[in-house]
Design a protein around this ligand. Structure first.
Ligand code: KG4
Ligand code: ZN
Length: 343
């Protein structure tokens, strides 16, 4: 039987991506143009710069996705795009392109929630067979959310961050330690040389039984550690030894990972889930992957983690999730607007 081929586009933040996925799983191509070097000097994503770069990157990325997949546009069954959440000026570039292609090719148009897409990245290729019902942790630069997932389209939010996302905390702490952007990979590699028990940073669990997260406190704790209480001291980071910086990175990472792992296991226990899914940019972190794997094994839970290349933003996850909407006949109108928040 002819496979269903979906073209996915992604431009919600600082990656311009296009992918062609067969039957929601088999990735024929996944092309990502990162703009990290453009935003590095600012220590974060500058929306106008991101939007301009998306416009420049989109057509080359799209062409490369078709070349690598070796398919023609006539073979595409639907066009999908992440339309929320994200930076409006960035989202609108991918959204406009996807609408235009769907209209010009006479194909269904499907809008995808980027966070739900991250969860779907676990199911790309063979990794995610028969994984429902599950508890899913999506942990990225913009989001930290726990879901009860009964199916790819049946996601119930169990908890989310009330302030910073976990990846945002990694990025901000990297900035405090004057490490290169994006902060997650920098902190992870520095932490390998440090002692996670040398400095105990606070773990924020919020109210008893809450599955929400808060990571702004730990970021402030690192800041005070480096700059004195209420930032009244001098910035010691320049004078710190590599070892001291590594201990800070390791202590910070240990605290964030401990909270993420505990809350995920608490969520699994609450809904008696036997499977745990992990996706999003921070899911590329080995300490998180390893500790969640150990705890899941102890409790007899089956952990499925997105392949590292699909943890950070990509369009294969968008096309993968769109397949399920396509199967269910859930198409969108070309009047669909971008949204900054998760809808
Ligand atoms: O999913 P993603 O590409 O974009 C969002 O949707 O936000 O995630 C990017 C985030 C950044 O905050 C980055 O620092 C973090 O994921 N990240 C990591 C690692 N790799 C990326 N955080 C911790 N350890 C990593 N290895
Ligand atoms: Zn993302």
């Amino acid at each position: 039987m002819k496979p269903t081929l979906i073209l996915g586009l992604e431009s919600s933040c600082d990656e311009t991506a296009a992918a062609i996925v067969a039957d929601g799983r088999r990735v024929l191509s996944s092309v990502v143009a990162s703009q990290a070097n453009l935003h590095e000097t600012y220590g974060g994503v500058v929306p106008e710069i991101a939007a301009r770069a998306h416009i420049e990157n989109l057509l080359p990325v799209l062409r490369a996705a078709f070349d690598r997949a070796g398919v023609s546009r006539q073979q595409i069954d639907a066009v999908a795009v992440a339309y929320c959440p994200g930076l409006i000026v960035a989202l609108v570039v991918g959204l406009t392109a996807a609408k235009t292609l769907a209209w010009a090719w006479g194909r269904p148009f499907i809008g995808i929630n980027h966070i739900h897409g991250h969860l779907q990245s676990v199911m790309l290729e063979e990794a995610g067979q028969d994984c429902f019902p599950a508890v899913a942790l999506v942990v990225s630069g913009g989001h930290t959310s726990l879901y009860h997932a009964r199916g790819p389209l049946e996601l119930e939010l169990m908890g989310r961050t009330r302030d910073d996302a976990a990846g945002e905390a990694f990025d901000k702490v990297a900035m405090i330690l004057k490490l290169p952007y994006p902060g997650g990979p920098s902190i992870e590699s520095l932490a390998r040389r440090g002692d996670p028990a040398a400095i105990r940073f606070p773990r924020t669990y919020l109210e008893k039984d809450s599955l929400d997260f808060s990571f702004s406190g730990i970021k402030t704790a690192v800041l005070y550690h480096c700059r004195g209480q209420n930032m009244l001291g001098e910035d010691r980071v320049e004078r710190m030894s590599e070892r001291e910086k590594a201990d800070i990175a390791a202590g910070f990472q240990a605290a964030v990972v401990e909270v993420l792992v505990r809350k995920t296991l608490a969520a699994a226990a609450r809904v008696s889930a036997r499977t745990v899914l992990l996706g999003g940019g921070v899911a590329a972190n080995s300490a998180l992957r390893d500790q969640l794997q150990d705890r899941c094994r102890e409790r007899g839970l089956d952990l499925r983690v997105a392949a590292k290349r699909y943890c950070t933003d990509n369009a294969a996850m968008v096309a993968g999730l769109a397949y399920h909407r396509f199967q269910a006949g859930l198409f969108d109108d070309l009047s669909l607007e971008p949204a900054a928040i998760s809808l």
